[in-house]
Ligand binder design. Structure first.
Ligand code: UDP
Ligand code: MN
Length: 778
C-alpha cells in the first residue's frame, strides 16, 4: 500500500495519469471502431431491407382497395381508385336512385318500373332455384358441334397462316332448343347478333348512311337471318325480338352532318332481360353465409368468386358509366372494322362467355369483323368440345388452340396472325364486360390517326361480389421503378393548362396491358410484341415504350369503358417460376428500350438479374435491330415528352466530389485518382443507380486485397464497383463504403500525398467524408 502511495507521488503521479489516460483513449478508440463496423452492418441490413421492399413491391402488387374491398391486380402496383356505381353521370347527386337511371340506356322501359331499392344495396342471393341460375349443361347440349382449329405454335408464330374459318351454321335454331334454354339466363343468341346487324344497318340507312359490309367470304349473316323463323320465348309468350337501343337510329337529328353519326349505344340481349337476375345491372351480390364453403371451394378456379359468377346471366346489363356527354359524341360512318382477340388459359366458363357476349351484344355488328378466342393450351375439359359447341352458334366467333402453352404474349400474336380483319385488332382479357358504346370511340381514334393506340377505361368488376365499379376520372397508366405498373391521376396543372374535359382522350405513358385497339398494319410494323417474352408480365411496358418511342401514341378514351375482374393471383400455373419469368421479361424490356436508364431498373433491387449465369434473358438482337430500323427515339425523349412528371434523374448524384478533410476534389489522373483544388477539369463524377462512382466509362473498383482500388472500365455486374453512399442518416452517411470488401472499408483521402486509399470505416474521420455537387437521390 505504501509502495503504491510512493509511486503516486511526484513524477510517478504524472506517469500513472498518462497511463490511465491512454487506457481510456484506447477504449474509446475501440468503441469507435466497433461503432463504425456496426454502422456499416446496419447500413447493409437497411440496404437489404430497402431492396427486399422493392422486390416485394413487384411481387405483391395486389392490394385490397380499402373503400370497396376489391382486389387490386397483381400488375397494378398502385391504386386504381374506384367507386360503387350508384349514380352515373349527372344523376350522381340524385337522392332517389332508380336503377333505370343506373342503366342509362334502358333496353326495356319496363325495367324502370320494376326496380327495387334492395338491389342498390346488394343483391340477395336467390339460390339455385333462381330463374336466372345457369344451367350451362342444358345449353351446351343444344348446339351443333364446331371444330376448333389446332395450331402448333412450336413453329414460329409467323408461320401460322392457315386457319379455317369458323363453320357457319345456317341451320335455324330449333324452337325446342330455344325453349329449353329460355329458362336460363344465358341463352343461345345466334340470330340475335344477326338481327342486330340488320337493325343497325336499317337505322343507319334511314339516316342516309352507308354501312360497310363484312366481305362475302364471311357470308354476311344478315341474309341468313331473314330466312329464320321468329323465335318464341316461352316465358313471355310473345315474339322475342332482340332489343337494341340505338341512339342514332332512334332520332334522325342524331346525324348532324354527312359522314358522322352519334355513337351507337347498343345493348342487344336475349329479351326479356330479367331485372331480378342475380348480379343484374352490375349490382353487388351478397351471398348468405351458408354459401361460404362453396364460394371458397371454387375460388381458386379463377381467384375470384367463381361460384357467384356462375349464377349471373352471361349477358347481364351493366351500368352505363360513361361521362354524360359521351352518348352525344359523333363518330365517323366509315370507321374501320375490328377483329377482337381474346386469349385465355383455363378461364372460368361463365366469365369467358360473359366476355364474348358483352362484345357481341354491345358492338355495332358492322364493325365487328370477328372474335378470335385463342386457347393457350388450357387444361379444363369444358374449354374444349363444350366451348366449340357453344361458340358454334356465333358465326363470328372462331377458336384457335395452341398445342403448347405459350403465354399471353405469344397467344395474342397467334390471334393476330390469323385475324381475317384487315383494319384494327382489339385485344381483350377473357374476364371482362364491355360497356355500351365501348367500340366506336376506340375505332374513331385509330381512324383519325393510325398510330394512335386507344385503350378503354378499365373499370373494376369486383372479384368478391361481382359488382361493376366505376373508376375515377383522369386516371392514366404509368410506371414506377423498377418498371412497376400503376394508375395515377393526370396532374392538376396539365388538366387546367389544357382545359381538359372528362371525355377527352388521356395521354397514357404505359398501358395496363390487356385491353387496347391498334391498327393491324401498324401493329406489325412495330414488330408486334417481342415474342421472346414469356407467359405474363412486362409486355405492357414493352409495347408502350415501343409505341411512344417509335412514333405512336397511347390514349385512354373515357367514352369507352370495359369492366375487368382484377384478381389477387394468377389462377394459372407458370411453366417456370413466376417471379423469375416476370423478372426475365422485364430485363428484356430494360435492355432493349431503357438506354442509360436501365441502371434505374437494375438499381432498384434487380442487380441480380445482371448476372447472366443466373438468368438467361435470351437473344435480343432482333429487338435491338428493330428499334434501329424503326428509328425510334430515346428513352430520355420518352421521359421528357410523354411522362415529364415522372422526374427521373439518370444518376443519384453528380458533379465534383469534394473531400471534407482534404478540402479538395477528386480528380482523374492518367488511369488513377488523386486530389486537386476544385475546378471543373477532370473532376466530374456520377454516383449511379448501380452505386458506382463513375467518370465517363471508368469506375472506381475496390480491390479484393482490401486496401487498394482501381480505376477501370465500369461493369455493373460486379460488386467491386458498388459503393454505399447516403443510404441512411447513420454516422456513415457521407462515407463511400465498399459493398465488396469483406470487412467494410471506406474510401479515404490521404493528406500526405493527396492519394486515395481504402481504410476501415471511421464515422468521425473527415478524410472519409465526401460531398457531390448535386444530389438527385430518391
Ligand atoms: N393468358 C393466357 N396465357 C397465359 C397467361 C394469361 O392466355 O399464359 C390470358 C389470360 O387468360 C387473360 C389474359 O391472358 O385472358 C391476361 O392475363 P391475366 O388476366 O392473368 O392478366 P392481368 O389482368 O392479371 O394483368
Ligand atoms: Mn386480366
Amino acid at each position: 500500500m505504501m509502495k503504491v502511495r510512493r509511486y503516486l507521488r511526484g513524477s510517478g503521479r504524472v506517469l500513472a495519469f498518462v497511463f490511465v489516460a491512454s487506457v481510456i483513449w484506447l477504449l474509446f478508440d475501440m468503441a469507435a471502431l466497433r461503432m463504425s463496423i456496426n454502422d456499416v452492418n446496419s447500413q447493409l441490413v437497411r440496404e437489404r431491407v430497402i431492396r427486399e421492399k422493392e422486390i416485394m413491391m413487384v411481387k405483391n402488387q395486389q392490394h385490397q382497395l380499402q373503400h370497396v374491398g376489391v382486389t387490386q391486380a397483381k400488375r397494378r402496383g398502385f391504386k386504381h381508385p374506384v367507386q360503387r356505381v350508384t349514380r352515373p353521370g349527372n344523376i350522381q347527386q340524385s337522392p332517389n336512385l332508380n336503377l333505370g337511371h343506373i342503366y342509362r340506356h334502358k333496353l326495356n322501359p319496363k325495367f324502370e318500373v320494376k326496380q327495387s331499392n334492395q338491389r342498390q344495396e346488394g343483391h340477395d342471393f336467390k339460390g339455385d332455384n333462381s330463374k336466372s341460375a345457369l344451367s350451362n349443361q342444358n345449353n351446351r347440349e343444344s348446339f351443333p358441334k364446331k371444330k376448333a382449329v389446332n395450331l402448333d405454335l412450336n413453329v414460329a408464330v409467323t408461320s401460322v397462316t392457315q386457319v379455317q374459318p369458323a363453320v357457319k351454321t345456317n341451320k335455324p335454331v330449333l324452337k325446342t332448343e330455344l325453349n329449353k334454354s329460355a329458362q336460363f339466363a344465358h341463352k343461345p343468341l345466334k340470330d340475335k347478333e344477326l338481327k342486330t346487324d340488320q337493325k343497325v344497318e336499317k337505322d343507319l340507312n334511314k339516316n342516309g348512311l352507308k354501312v360497310s359490309h363484312p366481305t362475302a367470304e364471311e357470308a354476311h349473316p344478315v341474309k341468313t337471318i331473314s330466312q329464320q323463323a321468329p323465335i318464341k320465348d316461352v316465358n313471355r309468350k310473345e315474339d322475342v325480338k332482340p332489343k337494341i337501343n340505338l341512339q342514332a337510329g332512334d332520332n334522325s337529328s342524331a346525324v348532324r352532318k354527312p359522314g358522322v353519326h352519334k355513337v351507337l349505344s347498343l345493348d342487344a340481349t336475349h329479351a326479356p332481360r330479367d331485372p331480378n337476375a342475380v348480379g343484374q345491372f352490375g349490382q353487388p351480390v351478397i351471398l348468405p353465409g351458408s354459401k361460404n364453403a362453396e364460394v371458397m371451394k371454387r375460388w381458386n378456379e379463377g381467384h375470384f368468386n367463381v361460384y357467384l359468377s356462375d349464377q349471373i346471366p352471361v349477358d347481364r346489363a351493366v351500368p352505363d358509366t360513361r361521362p354524360e356527354t359521351c352518348a352525344q359524341n359523333l363518330v365517323h360512318n366509315d370507321l374501320p372494322t375490328t377483329t377482337v382477340i381474346f386469349c385465355f388459359v383455363d378461364e372460368v366458363w361463365s366469365t369467358l362467355l360473359r366476355s364474348v357476349h358483352s362484345v357481341l351484344n354491345r358492338s355495332p355488328p358492322h364493325l365487328l369483323k370477328e372474335i378470335i378466342l385463342v386457347d393457350d393450351a388450357s387444361t379444363k375439359d369444358y374449354l374444349k368440345e363444350q366451348l366449340d359447341e357453344y361458340m358454334s352458334q356465333f358465326p363470328r366467333v372462331r377458336i384457335i388452340r395452341l398445342k403448347e402453352r405459350q403465354g399471353l404474349i405469344r397467344a395474342r400474336l397467334a390471334g393476330a396472325a390469323v385475324a381475317k380483319g384487315k383494319d384494327v385488332l382489339t385485344f381483350l382479357d377473357s374476364h371482362i364486360e364491355c360497356n355500351v358504346g365501348w367500340l366506336e370511340p376506340l375505332l374513331e381514334r385509330v381512324y383519325l390517326d393510325r398510330k394512335k393506340v386507344p385503350c378503354p377505361v378499365i373499370e373494376v368488376i369486383s372479384d368478391k361480389d361481382m359488382s361493376y365499379l366505376l373508376v375515377d376520372n383522369f386516371q392514366r397508366g404509368i410506371f414506377k421503378w423498377p418498371l412497376v405498373f400503376g394508375w395515377s391521376p393526370v396532374p392538376e396543372d396539365v388538366i387546367k393548362k389544357n382545359n381538359m374535359k372528362v371525355t377527352d382522350p388521356i395521354r397514357c405513358p404505359v398501358m395496363a396491358g390487356g385491353l387496347f385497339s391498334i391498327d393491324k398494319k401498324y401493329f406489325f410494323e412495330l414488330g408486334a410484341y417481342d415474342p421472346g417474352l414469356d407467359v405474363w408480365g412486362g409486355e405492357n411496358m414493352e409495347i408502350s415504350f415501343k409505341i411512344w418511342m417509335c412514333g405512336g401514341e397511347i390514349e385512354i378514351i373515357p367514352c369507352s369503358r370495359v369492366g375487368h375482374i382484377f384478381r389477387g393471383q394468377n389462377p394459372y400455373k407458370f411453366p417456370k417460376d413466376r417471379q423469375k419469368t416476370v423478372e426475365r421479361n422485364l430485363a428484356r424490356v430494360a435492355e432493349v428500350w431503357l438506354d442509360e436508364y436501365k441502371d434505374l431498373f437494375y438499381g432498384h433491387g434487380y442487380q441480380h438479374l445482371l448476372d447472366r449465369k443466373v438468368i438467361d434473358i435470351g437473344n435480343l438482337t432482333e429487338q435491338i435491330e428493330l428499334r434501329k430500323k424503326l428509328k425510334c427515339k430515346s428513352f430520355k425523349w420518352y421521359l421528357d415528352n410523354v411522362f415529364p412528371d415522372m422526374d427521373t434523374p439518370v444518376v443519384k448524384a453528380e458533379g465534383l466530389v469534394f473531400n471534407r478533410g482534404l478540402r479538395k476534389c477528386l480528380a482523374l489522373q492518367k488511369d488513377s485518382l488523386s486530389f486537386e483544388i476544385c475546378d471543373l477539369s477532370n473532376q466530374q463524377f456520377n454516383y449511379t443507380w448501380m452505386k458506382s462512382i463513375r467518370h465517363q466509362d471508368l469506375c472506381v473498383a475496390a480491390q479484393s486485397t482490401g486496401s487498394g482500388f482501381a480505376l477501370v472500365p465500369c461493369d455493373n455486374t460486379k460488386r467491386e464497383f458498388r459503393w454505399f453512399y447516403k443510404t441512411s442518416n447513420s454516422a456513415l452517411t457521407e462515407h463511400l463504403v465498399s459493398e465488396f470488401v469483406p470487412n467494410h472499408m471506406c474510401l479515404e483521402a490521404e493528406p500526405r500525398d493527396d492519394s486515395v486509399r481504402l481504410r476501415p470505416c471511421q464515422p468521425s474521420s473527415v478524410f472519409q467524408k465526401w460531398e457531390f455537387t448535386r444530389y438527385h437521390l430518391q
